[in-house]
Design a protein around this ligand. Structure first.
Ligand SMILES: NC(=O)c1ccc[n+]([C@@H]2O[C@H](COP(=O)([O-])OP(=O)(O)OC[C@H]3O[C@@H](n4cnc5c(N)ncnc54)[C@H](O)[C@@H]3O)[C@@H](O)[C@H]2O)c1
Length: 282
């Protein structure tokens, strides 16, 4: 299958990155979110980031112009009629995603594919909410999308093998390395990552060390690019908590219960970099 026209629903940090990568690979990209102002803000963010790359001599202005010409803000998914694949990258919430999947299923042509960038939610469940469960695929990009090489690919129970292979190839033509995960809570990356981030919160609450000391210990001690608190802030604490809840509910083991510290920060609206404050200040 050829993927020339892509629709991306949800243009936050992940959705905007997916739009940029698809446009850089030469696809025409329709961008939708709750409203056009959010989409325009995302478009401005992409232009700003690419502008910085030009200023640093990492990109030619002509390449930026080409990417920007492939990006089209739209009012809503009614404009997704003729996309070959729609990729959902909205907030990590099961009820919301089921609603968006039903809407996308009605909006896009019957032969088009539906993908979700969910970090943890069942692809099988989302597929069951549509009239095309065989054409639903999990496509889990990493943050920041233009920089990170991996896309974790997840077939639902109902996904057609040929459809899955086509979407794996699409991710690869966008320059990504793919792995395949079974459709289980958190897939591979977040099954391992979220308990680690959550454990950092428990450890800090127990007085093991300051946020700064835990981050520095992991960063320098394990040669990681950042510590758990800085990483959680990059992901977004609402997203980390949503994934922790999916692991806890889906696997039913109390070892996955979200730390009260994480819950409290989300209650305060301190969601990390995207709100200017999380475990650290930005
Ligand atoms: N943050 C990460 O590191 C990361 C990594 C991989 C996957 N993901 C997944 O990507 C998805 C998006 O995460 P994000 O970090 O970009 O979050 P974000 O908060 O930056 O963006 C979410 C976007 O969804 C939009 N949205 C909310 N309700 C909507 C609706 N009804 N219709 C259309 N758009 C709506 C919001 O306006 C926002 O622009 C989630 O499923 C998340 O789990 C996140």
């Amino acid at each position: 299958m050829e993927f020339k026209k892509i629709g991306v629903l949800g243009t936050g940090q992940m959705g905007a990155g997916i739009c940029q990568v698809a446009a850089a690979a030469g696809c025409e990209v329709l961008m939708a979110d709750l409203n056009i102002d959010i989409v325009k803000k995302a478009l401005g963010g992409i232009e700003k980031r690419l502008g910085k790359a030009v200023a640093k001599g990492r990109m030619e202005q002509a390449a930026v112009d080409k990417i920007m010409a492939n990006l089209h803000p739209v009012e809503g998914i009614a404009d997704f009629k003729d996309v070959d694949i729609a990729i959902e990258a909205a907030t990590e919430n099961i009820d919301l995603k089921l609603k968006l999947f039903k809407g996308l299923d009605e909006a896009i042509k019957p032969e088009a594919i539906l993908a979700s960038n969910t970090s943890s939610i069942s692809i099988t469940l989302m597929a069951a909410a549509t009239s095309r469960p065989d054409k639903v695929v999990g496509m889990h990009f990493m943050n920041p999308v233009p920089v990170m090489k991996l896309v974790e690919m997840i077939p639902g129970l109902q996904t057609d093998d040929a459809v899955f292979e086509d979407v794996v190839k699409l991710a690869q033509t966008w320059g990504k390395t793919t792995t395949v995960s079974k459709d289980f809570p958190g897939f591979i990356v977040n099954r391992l990552l979220i308990p680690y981030l959550n454990e950092a919160c428990f450890a800090h609450t127990e007085g093991l060390g300051t946020i700064e000391d835990i981050d520095t210990s992991i960063k320098l001690g394990l040669n990681n690019p950042m510590g758990p608190f800085a990483l959680a802030d990059l992901i977004g604490l609402d997203t980390v908590l949503a994934i922790a809840n999916v692991l806890h509910d889906g696997l039913g083991d109390p070892k996955y219960r979200p730390s009260p510290m994480l819950i409290k920060y989300v209650e305060a609206g301190w969601l990390g970099r995207k709100t200017g404050r999380g475990f650290l200040q930005y």
